[in-house]
Design a protein around this ligand. Structure first.
Ligand code: FAD
Length: 515
């Protein structure tokens, strides 16, 4: 449609930037608006996980971002005297092909996200432009925007509200939210160690469980550090963030001579989730759809998951391979998944923010008595998968031999809907309906063999994995094939051609219905 963008994005934060890149790389025209002239200048995210790295990989910038990251190996719960109460190691082997956790100084990675999106063909970014109205016209969406010269109308086939805490798109689309009740106000401070001064001994993440004033500290890599202090009843948030009130709390580690105070501000952490993440031609992503306290470092990561799922769901609808109603798959996938992260972040937050001395002592005894490390928190995706041993779980991304070097599988296959098998089922024997699903959904088949084992005969590309983790993963699930969604979650797994055919038919019915 001439003069109409495929997708308009309201908000140029990390979530809007990620979505623009993922859609632009799929060939769609995207226009994004932000009321600010530049990127948000205050301290916020400092942690991302392996799944976010896999999404950054799909955006083509994981290696560049990785250079600005420091792997985060420990999450310590500390007593007020800074001795260790409990250690939640972050060194576990993830499915994604990346380390479990990373820390960073936000401006170092925001510039990369911004530049990657702006240099993606088809992406137009209009900063200093406020979106004042969004109207779903049924076959298109109309946005009213203002760059300072008065209102202007822009049309798109879909609009995504990624405007953070701003409620404009949410309220104009008539979407309500649920407030889950947690609220706490903290001062957040970023510091850089000056040249020539030794770096302080600060854990990768340390939560100081002090009922007198809960605190947090983190090493962000590259001589940058974060400290946070919870405000107690009656404390003035503006006063508390002033340098003269912040420095005395840092002097155990740094002082005005050894370090520069880069940013100091106050945030109220909340827990809120929108009732739905899509309606008609409008969808919400990132903080516009959900807010969580930052104790697991999952707010932005959850927004990046939104972008990753929304990109492939929208792609199918935009190219006419699925009807408009298929957008509901986005809410189905994301709502309960992010709710699980919000609830877990609230659970950790309530534990950290405890100021009642008796309850705090009981919590400490509980942590001291813990003998086993809890398993990593990895909830399944909310929907659009077939229940089974692997359905809904994150798929395993191995390195495979390609043109003489081991590379991450998504880079080789370019992150499509993938049919990965270890025995190379003969796809020529599939029914016409199943073959049609492969073509219309854009499923890319590949056969993976364990390192050093012979390759089966197959018409599909065959790759040798580095080691045998992928083949063992499938065998342990009693499967010979796995269908992987473009956002890395397993749609279904099974053994042999007959179960594959049934799964493709189910997939075809749920995607293609009413096209
Ligand atoms: C102290 C703190 C620590 C955190 N730590 C972590 C962490 O370690 N890891 C993690 O994953 N997350 C963390 N988070 C959460 C993370 O910062 C947010 O989830 C993330 O920034 C949200 O990104 P977004 O793109 O959805 O929204 P935002 O970054 O808020 O961007 C929204 C954009 O929309 C623009 N906008 C608003 N209204 C309009 C309008 N009408 N027209 C045009 N533009 C508009 C705004 O100017 C803004 O640029 C933390 C948050 C805080 C406060």
């Amino acid at each position: 449609m001439a003069g109409i963008y495929d997708v308009a994005i309201v908000g140029w934060g990390p979530v809007g930037q990620s979505l623009a890149t993922l859609l632009g790389r799929r060939g769609w025209s995207v226009v994004a608006f932000d009321k600010q002239p530049g990127l948000y200048p205050l301290p916020r995210a400092c942690h991302i996980d392996h799944e976010a790295m896999r999404i950054l990989q799909a955006m083509g910038i994981a290696d560049e971002i990785a250079d600005a990251l420091a792997p985060a190996r420990e999450y310590l719960m500390l007593r007020p005297d800074l001795t260790v109460l409990s250690d939640l190691p972050r060194g576990w082997q993830t499915p994604s092909g990346w380390d479990a956790s990373y820390h960073f100084f936000q401006p170092h990675i925001e510039g990369i996200l911004d530049e990657a999106a702006k240099s993606t063909p088809g992406v137009t970014v209009r900063q200093s432009t406020t979106v004042t109205q969004v109207r779903d016209l049924g076959d298109t969406v109309q946005l009213t925007v203002d760059s300072g010269d008065g209102p202007e109308e822009v049309h798109a086939r879909f609009v995504i509200g990624a405007a953070g805490a701003n409620r404009l798109v949410k309220s104009q689309a008539g979407i309500d939210s649920e407030n889950l009740g947690f609220e706490a106000t903290w001062v957040v401070v970023d510091v850089e160690i000056k040249p020539g001064y030794e770096e302080p001994k600060v854990p990768d993440t340390g939560q100081v469980l002090d009922p007198a004033q809960p605190r947090h500290m983190a090493w962000l890599g590259t001589r940058h550090y974060r400290w946070e202090f919870m405000l107690l009843d009656g404390m003035d948030p503006v006063e508390a963030a002033k340098p003269e009130n912040v420095w005395p709390k840092l002097r155990h580690w740094v002082n005005e001579e050894s370090a520069e105070l880069l940013r100091s501000t106050t945030y109220t952490f909340r827990s809120i989730v929108a009732d739905t993440f899509n309606t008609g031609r409008v969808a919400l992503a990132g903080d516009a759809a959900h807010l969580m306290p930052p104790f697991m470092g999952q707010g932005m990561v959850s927004g990046m998951r939104d972008a990753s799922t929304l990109a492939w769901v929208l792609d199918l609808v935009l190219r006419g391979a699925a009807p408009l109603e298929f957008l509901d798959t986005y809410t189905l996938s994301r709502h309960s998944h992010v709710l699980a992260y919000i609830n877990e972040s609230v659970r950790v937050g309530e534990m950290v923010c405890e100021t009642d001395p008796e309850k705090a002592a009981a919590r400490d005894r509980m942590l001291e008595a813990q003998t086993q490390t809890p398993p990593p928190f990895q909830p399944p995706v909310g929907g659009f998968f077939v229940p089974g041993p692997l359905g809904g779980q994150l798929s395993l991304q191995p390195r495979v031999l390609h043109n003489g070097e081991y590379r991450l599988l998504d880079d080789v296959l370019a992150s499509p809907f993938a049919l990965l098998s270890i025995d190379g089922p003969d796809l020529a024997d599939l029914s016409e309906a199943a073959t049609q699903t492969i073509d219309r959904v854009g499923i890319v088949p590949a056969v993976l063999t364990a390192e050093g084992t012979p390759s089966p005969e197959s018409a599909s590309p065959v790759f040798a994995e580095q080691g045998d983790r992928f083949t063992q993963w499938l065998r342990a699930a009693g499967a010979t094939w796995v269908l992987v969604r473009p956002d890395g979650y397993v749609y279904d797994s099974g053994i042999g051609r007959v179960s594959l055919e049934a799964s493709l038919n189910t997939l075809g019915e749920s995607v293609l219905v009413s096209v």
